[in-house]
Design a protein around this ligand. Structure first.
Ligand code: ADP
Ligand code: MG
Length: 401
């Protein structure tokens, strides 16, 4: 099934309601509220500009944080409207409510080529309601504002929410450029990957990624495991892991993964060596040990140099690489090298490379790695994981007709 794209939608002279992901971080404790990373706003610019250039009037819907269905000044989108105006180089009107008098007035006044941002859609409890009728009621109010709907908030397409799915059922609709690009790349790596195909998984907990591992085991040639989750794998192989992150209740599941990988001929690469520390601290004492002899009392916070060499050889000989989850506690310089070296190896791949996961994308930026070295860095942490789990994303499915 294909999803409708912007070019399938007639927008000239029309009012177009666009769901975007403007859930940006703010600098802690700074007043007035200051956006610390505007990447998500920038990611929405191509679609907004394209619609404005085509002569549409653009009405933007977005959420910020978890305001629990009531207006709260600390979750207001007003600073986002200001930043968007600066990035677009045009005035952005801002409504102080979602579908109330301010939104109605702003929408009534809007002309082709103009933009209005509605206030945080989660200030209305119906947005995230589990009751379909409540969501539909909010969607119906929103739908009166426009002639068409464009879905461009990739970070929310895994959610059944009024501004994501319900409104799409009421208006002619299409995917925005960001949602289209994200969807295309995930479909390619899931349905038609060039081989050899390597998936690199890390991050903190194996339990967060059980669905991803189970699904990808049916697709890949090589599965590389680092990060905190590798210790549950090492434990499943009978090694002791000291004080490293270990999910005892997942050992049996992981044994099952290892057996199923063997059955399918999927190679599983675990780190041969580990950087261990005597405390979870930036200035802890550290040593490099073999993965089968982690000393009692020490904890593994990064993969070692042999593991890096081993992982990178597999990565560089691949035609498709999907990476989700840092190889170590990259937030501390002493444990960042595994993540940095693996990320750099991925940028050298002659093929399609995809970074999924919020912390992995943050690591790329924090470690100063050129983002252009990857084919695609996903903007949606949760949505990208659900894609990799093989799930149907409701916000994508609704665009498929
Ligand atoms: P993503 O958001 O990319 O999916 P996760 O949220 O699963 O990634 O995991 C990111 C976190 O995993 C990071 O904060 C990192 O510090 C942590 N992490 C990586 N390796 C280890 C380790 N060996 N021990 C504890 N935490 C780890
Ligand atoms: Mg994360």
């Amino acid at each position: 099934m294909t999803i409708r794209s912007l070019s399938d939608l007639d927008v000239t002279g029309r009012r177009v309601l666009v769901r975007v992901d403007f859930n940006v971080p703010f600098a802690k404790g700074v007043e007035p509220r200051t956006i610390s990373d505007d990447g998500r706003i920038r990611a929405a610019l191509p679609t907004i500009t394209r619609l404005l250039d085509a002569g549409a009037a653009v009405i933007l819907m977005a959420h910020l944080g978890r305001p629990k269905g009531v207006p709260a000044p600390e979750f207001s989108l007003e600073p986002v409207a200001k930043r968007l105006g600066e990035l677009l180089g045009r005035d952005v009107a801002y409504a102080t409510d979602v579908t109330g008098p301010s939104a109605q007035a702003a929408v009534a006044a809007i002309q082709p080529g103009q933009v209005v941002l509605l206030e945080n859609v989660r200030f209305d409890a119906r947005e995230t309601s589990k009751v379909a009728e409540e969501r539909a009621a909010l969607a119906a109010e929103l739908a009166t504002f426009a002639d068409a709907f464009v879905s461009d908030g990739f970070g929310v397409v895994h959610r059944e929410q009024a501004s994501v799915t319900d409104v799409a059922r009421l208006l002619p609709h299409a995917a925005g450029l960001l949602v289209e690009a994200e969807t295309k790349v995930f479909r390619k790596v899931l349905d038609d990957p060039d081989r050899p195909y390597t998936v690199v998984l890390g991050g903190s907990k194996v339990s967060d990624k059980l669905g991803v591992i189970a699904h990808l085991l049916t697709k890949v040639d090589t599965l590389v495991i680092g990060g905190g989750m590798c210790f549950t794998f090492l434990a499943a192989q009978g090694h002791s892991v000291g004080n490293s992150l270990l999910e005892v209740d997942q050992i049996d599941t992981v044994k099952g993964f290892l057996a199923s990988a063997q059955e399918r001929g999927v190679e599983v690469l675990l780190p041969q060596d580990i950087v261990v520390a005597d405390a979870f601290a930036a200035d802890a004492n550290t040593q490099i040990v073999s993965a089968d002899s982690i000393p009692d009392g020490w904890l593994g916070l990064d993969i070692g140099p042999k593991a890096i060499a081993d992982f990178n050889a597999a990565i560089k000989s691949s035609k498709t690489v999907v990476w989700n989850g840092p190889m170590g506690v990259f937030e501390m310089a002493a444990f960042a090298d595994g993540t940095k070296q693996v990320a750099l190896a991925i940028t050298e791949v002659d093929g399609l490379t995809v970074v999924g996961g919020g912390d992995s994308a943050a690591a790329v930026r924090m470690l100063g790695i050129d983002e252009a070295g990857f084919t695609h860095i996903s903007t949606g942490g949760g949505a990208s994981l659900e894609f990799l789990e093989g799930k149907t994303l409701p916000g994508i499915a609704v665009l498929e007709d």
